[in-house]
Design a protein around this ligand. Structure first.
Ligand SMILES: Cc1cc2nc3c(=O)[nH]c(=O)nc-3n(C[C@H](O)[C@H](O)[C@H](O)COP(=O)(O)OP(=O)(O)OC[C@H]3O[C@@H](n4cnc5c(N)ncnc54)[C@H](O)[C@@H]3O)c2cc1C
Length: 361
């Protein structure tokens, strides 16, 4: 190995890759350790909708993330949002949602659509459905954002170690580097961006677990005429927080690739067992999905924090050990801005706000 890294990053998902990009661009020497390959977990297997997280505290992270993507052509962000349609079989569950979103996030311009209005803008939907339309939702290929940040980091000089599992090396209250392949690799600071596997790196006894895995299964389906909007069954906020083994319909299409989701499960599922259920649920919203050709199935865990917001900052009792994880269902929509905030904090340019600090747990 050449000179020790200034910063070692554990995790090659969207957060780790974006942190690597921002740090290298600030002149920091970075090494990224990824136990599989870049984007192997949720960052490459998500549904691909970059959208507002419906939480005013996270709105600034989302807007900043959009601005980063706008400057990175290879992400493939459209000029205008496709629009998100929150769907329900009746008017009742949507009415309070419209009111809440109008109050908390008016920039989303929530509009309640009756079944006729809905079919005017999305003729392929089942009759009788109601919707809340929101001015957000930019479909991209699931891996596109992570790969684009990895390229940016690489171009800036970051070194990637794929297929290398790493653990933080902490001694006498300070991060000293990482342990990888039985070798100590010194670094000035360490960033834990290992998604749902982050807490066990700080507390291997698992007594401290502010981020839990919430497993999602997604089917890639072939559709001749996919909907233009991002479609979601109303209720994702509640499910993400209290994963209870349910499935909620979602459909995101981009460049001929359509992702049909998804589940919210505590334990790692066998995706094959969910294919039929995803199709049946989907058929209630988009007739024909029951018989659509499935060309791929994937499962991976969302890194879900206990309060639905990411954790960032220096871990308690370990100087130089930084955390950036816990984005739940909104990681590609907010993760890059988290990474920028963290990078600035590491180089001493920025304080982390209390609502997002790792110290709140
Ligand atoms: C089904 C599904 C659909 C989703 N859809 C969307 C969506 O439409 N829009 C949106 O914004 N978000 C979506 N998300 C959420 C988003 O994908 C995640 O929040 C985000 O990808 C998390 O990124 P991350 O970098 O924190 O973690 P991960 O992507 O989990 O990356 C962590 C990485 O760390 C590596 N790692 C772990 N331990 C070690 C170790 N010891 N050594 C080295 N490497 C290690 C892992 O291999 C992994 O690659 C979805 C998630 C799921 C599961």
């Amino acid at each position: 190995m050449s000179a020790p890294a200034d910063v070692a990053i554990i995790g090659g998902g969207i957060v780790g890759c974006a942190a690597a990009a921002f740090l290298t661009e600030a002149g920091v020497r970075v090494e990224v350790y990824e136990r599989e390959e870049v984007g192997a977990a949720a960052s490459g297997r998500n549904s691909g909708s970059i959208q507002h997280p419906f939480d005013p505290v996270l709105a600034a992270l989302h807007l900043e993330t959009l601005n980063h993507y706008r400057r990175m052509e290879d992400v493939g962000l459209g000029d205008e949002p496709a629009g998100v349609l929150l769907l329900a079989p009746e008017r009742d569950p949507l009415e309070p949602a419209v009111g809440e979103i109008a109050r908390d996030c008016p920039e989303l311009r929530p509009a309640l659509l009756d079944p006729d209005e809905l079919r005017d803008i999305e003729p392929g939907l089942a009759p009788g459905l109601w919707a809340c339309r929101l001015e957000t939702g930019y479909p991209v290929r699931p891996l596109a954002a992570t790969r684009a940040f990895a390229r940016r980091a690489f171009a800036g000089g970051a070194r990637f170690h794929e297929a290398e599992t790493a653990w933080p090396w902490v001694a006498r209250g300070r991060a000293r580097g990482v342990l990888s392949g039985g070798v100590r690799r010194p670094a000035g600071a360490v960033v834990l961006a290992a998604g749902p596997w982050t807490p066990e790196m700080i507390d291997p006894t698992r007594g401290w677990q502010p981020i839990v895995p919430v497993w999602g299964v997604v089917a890639d389906v072939r559709m001749d005429d996919p909907p233009r909007h991002v479609l979601e069954e109303a209720g994702v906020e509640g499910l993400a927080a209290g994963a209870d083994g349910s499935a909620l319909f979602s459909l995101v299409s981009v460049d001929g690739q359509t992702s049909l989701g998804s589940t919210f499960l505590r334990d790692a599922p066998n995706p094959d067992l969910w294919e039929g259920r995803l199709r049946r649920e989907g058929d209630r919203f988009v007739p024909g999905l029951r018989h659509a050709e499935v060309v791929g199935l994937r499962a991976c865990p969302r890194p879900q924090s206990l309060d639905g917001r990411p954790l960032m900052g220096e871990a308690r009792g370990a100087e130089g050990l930084w955390v950036a994880a816990g984005h739940g269902p909104w990681g590609i929509s907010t993760g890059p801005a988290t990474a920028r905030v963290l990078a600035d904090a590491i180089i001493g340019k920025h304080q982390i706000e209390a609502a997002l600090s790792v110290a709140r747990f």
